[in-house]
Design a protein around this ligand. Structure first.
Ligand code: S3P
Length: 439
């Protein structure tokens, strides 16, 4: 089967109600926490993508039983000390930075060496950012290459609590240290720059010994050793990172409307909504409710006649970190020059996304000024692409693929976009949902 898609026509106006799949961050966290709970946890609407299946494969390798079908997943947790560590175990986090970093925090008590590997993209990513603080607990790490996978972990039963300053706004690093903290006697104290707080909310909901003091830019988190975790039955809310593609498709398509049901609107994740509203996109929430610490709503969007440029405040960066590619498309159609800064982290994702975004915008005929941490986008409200554009060799980054598809459908041009399979890491139903919108 061909692994590329061709798009030659813009999408016609639509008025639809859709659902997108379960939140990836929450799905991975649910699998991992359930694996150390005492008893059977079950989840509905778990994201059945390659990243989450990789998490399931990893906990199975650690001796935890899992059963699942399309509708329900059950994890048979054996308690905080229930992993069956073996000599020469190899765990594969595939494409997932979240899985790779979080699992390291959970296996720091392994008496045997464990090797963590990943795919080509993950092996290029920085793991020192997490092995450095984790080694302070008393764990040993050995890298083959400089900072990337594979890495070998040799844990210990004599873990020391640590004080950790998380200064990048990385929820993966923060969460990994939180997982390590629940394995360690004494108080682990984390001062973390604000980032998505799903792990904190799950720990609180499960009544684990966690204290959080919220400051202006940082959170102070205190964690102690945990003896017992009750099973967690959960209906995973839908992923705002997946919803974002359809929000932008609607905003950029004339006379169109969409409702996206049951999306997680956790305040630490809605940077994309705040930014797009500032740019003049019509977005409202309906049926807001709380669910186990998270917040959920239907997101309603109508197409925008006038889009304003933005000088994006850096305090919105962390809450929109996975959505910038799609936000940049809106900037391409805005009236004026948009400026996004302090975004060096974007080049450390599944592919160097800031560079890729600039490249794609240039291919679309949009002028950009790119530095290693910022981009200026010269918007054009009349933008109507008429040329041939080929997108390939982007390290199979799912979000580069989906951004390109949305650009083609909303802004025109004759596109060939390679590595269609990349969507399987985070949003396997992306193209099916699009086909339903087109009908
Ligand atoms: C995630 C955190 C973010 C985000 C990633 C998911 C998480 O990464 O980009 O897609 O689930 O904790 P960083 O922690 O590296 O910012």
């Amino acid at each position: 089967m061909s692994n590329f898609i061709t798009i030659k026509k813009k999408i016609k106006k639509f008025d639809k109600t859709i659902s997108v799949s379960g939140d990836k961050s929450l799905s991975i966290r649910w699998v991992l926490i359930s694996s150390i709970a005492n008893g059977v946890s079950s989840a509905k609407n778990l994201l059945m993508s390659e990243d989450v299946l990789a998490a399931i494969k990893i906990i199975k390798k650690l001796g935890i039983k899992v059963s699942y079908n399309k509708f329900l997943c059950k994890v048979y947790g054996k308690g905080v000390d229930g992993y069956k560590y073996k000599n020469n175990l190899i765990l594969n986090a595939e494409n997932s930075g979240t899985l790779g970093r979080l699992i390291l925090g959970l296996i720091i008590n392994s008496p045997y060496a464990i090797k963590l590997i990943g795919d080509e993209s993950l092996s290029k990513r920085d793991f020192k950012r997490i092995t450095e603080p984790l080694s302070k607990f008393g764990v040993e790490f050995k890298f083959k290459k400089k900072n990337g996978l594979p890495v070998t972990v040799k844990g210990t039963k004599n873990l020391n609590p640590i004080n950790y300053l998380e200064n990048r706004g990385s929820a993966q690093c923060k969460s990994s240290i939180m997982f390590a903290g629940i394995r360690t006697f004494g108080k682990t104290i984390i001062k973390a720059k604000k980032s998505r707080n799903h792990t904190e909310l799950l720990f609180k909901y499960l009544k684990l010994p966690i204290k959080i003091k919220s400051k202006n830019k940082y959170d102070l988190i205190e964690i102690k050793k945990v003896e017992n975790i009750k099973p967690l039955n959960y209906i995973i809310p839908s992923d705002i990172s997946s919803a974002a593609f359809f929000i932008v498709l609607t905003a950029l398509t004339k006379n169109s409307k969409i409702t996206i049901k049951g999306v997680n609107i956790n305040p630490s994740r809605v940077g994309v909504i705040t930014i797009l509203k500032k740019m003049g996109i019509n977005i409202i929430y309906k049926n807001k409710k709380k669910y186990k610490g998270e917040q959920i709503a239907d997101i309603c969007v109508t197409s925008s006649r006038k889009i304003s440029s933005i000088n994006c405040p850096i305090k919105l960066n962390s809450g929109a970190i996975d959505e910038f590619l799609i936000i940049f498309l809106v900037a391409a159609k805005a009236n004026g020059i948009s400026y996004f800064k302090n975004l060096s982290e974007l080049n450390k994702k599944e592919s160097p996304r800031l560079k890729w975004a600039s490249k794609i915008l240039n291919l679309m005929g949009v002028k950009t000024i790119l530095t290693s941490s910022s981009i200026k986008i010269f918007g054009n409200p009349e933008l109507d692409i008429r040329k041939k554009i080929v997108i390939k060799n982007f390290l199979k980054d799912h979000r580069v693929f989906m951004m390109s598809v949305i650009a083609a459908l909303s802004l025109g041009g004759n596109w060939i976009i390679h590595d269609k399979d990349s969507i399987n890491t985070s949003f396997p139903s992306f193209l099916n949902i699009l086909n339903n919108i087109k009908k």
